[in-house]
Ligand binder design. Sequence first.
Ligand code: ZN
Ligand code: ZN
Length: 158
Amino acid sequence: MTFHSGGCQCGAVRFRASKFGRASICHCRMCQKAYGSYVGALVTAHDLEWTRGAPAWFASSNRAKRGFCAQCGTPLSFKPDDSDFEVSCASFDDPRVVAPVLQVNPESKQPFFDTLSELPTRQAGAEPKQEAFLASVVNYQHPDHDTTNWPLNMDARK
Ligand SMILES: [Zn+2]
Ligand SMILES: [Zn+2]
């Protein structure tokens, strides 16, 4: 049995699972709001374990709740009242293990979604100020693997 791990941006909540359904991207308006993005990407994790901390929950309807990290806000889970936990695909340490294979709720798809990958890409050297900013960044995000001692540098994150 191979477990795949993941967690939120700050590392306060971590999970693992080994048995998955089909990963999908959902275009519904609730996922758009919950993720602050054009789709939510979710996969059912039949044997999900929260290995560090636990999500906070928002009941987004009478039939389901949505889990997120109360410290950093990362969307982590969708839990229908009659089935197993779903986990946000991009919160896995290696999102490739749960690559999406299906789109759902296309009636709410944003009209520009299908052409997003055709947008022009900013080339290196085009915006020196932005590159200088990125070069100065110290990353406080939890690394893409389990850790025994975390969080680090909490004072610096305030
Ligand atoms: Zn967090
Ligand atoms: Zn949705």
